[in-house]
Design a protein around this ligand. Structure first.
Ligand code: COA
Length: 220
């Protein structure tokens, strides 16, 4: 079902030139593709790699893409972590409109159940686990050693940070960010744009656009 994961075109660009870029590049290259350019909106950003050119913003992208011969052979990976899931979704639309294809990548140590449903543009980092019948939207990041258990639903643009645990049948709305090491108990619903702080234990539903922290998690 998820045959498109790690099926990458020969060339891939990264949007975002900081830490996430450094984590996704080895996965892309493990898949046999080459990272050919990095784009970032931040002026004077130190380039993340000495051997890959860094361009500034959409203007830099326009200049670069104009001289590329075959756009259909170029994929993109949006290397921007949360709480910027909506930014990832916007860039996905813009880059697809330019004829580039989103890549969906999984580190070789990530485990994704055969019958999990995975959206395009997702990133599964080292040791990530996605269990049966989970449904993961577009442009989600399941970070290092994070786990998403059976029948969880993640809408588009979510990130589950390193070491966080979603127990079974958890529902995350669009652009939810679960902080490092947090635990969300079974059947909990977390509303869109909500943030769960690092280390929190969430035992009741979280309303949209609310940040919760602590054990048990409470709004701040
Ligand atoms: C929850 C979070 C987003 C809040 O950030 P913020 O809005 O900047 O909040 P502040 O740092 O101003 O903290 C506000 C209050 O919440 C407390 N707080 C913040 N994060 C907390 C956490 N994870 N657990 C417990 N308390 C926390 C602070 O101590 C502070 O308390 P005070 O008002 O009594 O002094 C952030 O602290 C966090 O946990 N981010 C997740 C980081 C992460 O997992 N990154 C992964 C990268 S891959």
């Amino acid at each position: 079902m998820n045959d498109f994961i790690n099926k990458l075109p020969p060339k891939v660009i990264l949007w975002g030139g900081t830490g996430q870029a450094k984590v996704v590049r080895p996965i892309i290259e493990y898949c046999g593709s080459k990272v050919v350019a990095v784009f970032d909106d931040t002026p004077n950003l130190p380039p993340p790699f000495p051997d890959v050119p860094l361009y500034l913003g959409w203007a830099g992208f326009q200049e670069w893409i104009q001289v590329q011969p075959r756009r259909e052979e170029i994929g993109f990976c949006i290397a921007i972590g949360n709480p910027h899931g909506r930014v990832r979704l916007r860039f996905q639309e813009r880059l697809m409109a330019e004829g580039l294809q989103p890549v969906t990548i999984a580190h070789p140590t990530a485990t994704i159940a055969e019958n999990a449903v995975i959206g395009v543009g997702c990133q599964f980092m080292a040791g990530a686990i996605v269990n049966p019948e989970a449904r993961i939207g577009q442009q989600c990041i399941i970070n290092t050693k994070a786990s998403v258990d059976h029948e969880c639903v993640l809408e588009d643009g979510c990130e589950v940070a390193p070491g966080a645990t979603l127990c079974g049948i958890v529902h995350l709305g669009v652009n939810v960010w679960i902080g490092a090491g947090a635990t969300i108990l079974s059947r909990i619903r977390v509303g869109e744009d909500a943030i769960v702080g690092a280390g929190a234990v969430v035992i009741q539903d979280v309303p949209a656009a609310t940040t919760v922290v602590g054990v048990p998690a409470k709004p701040i």
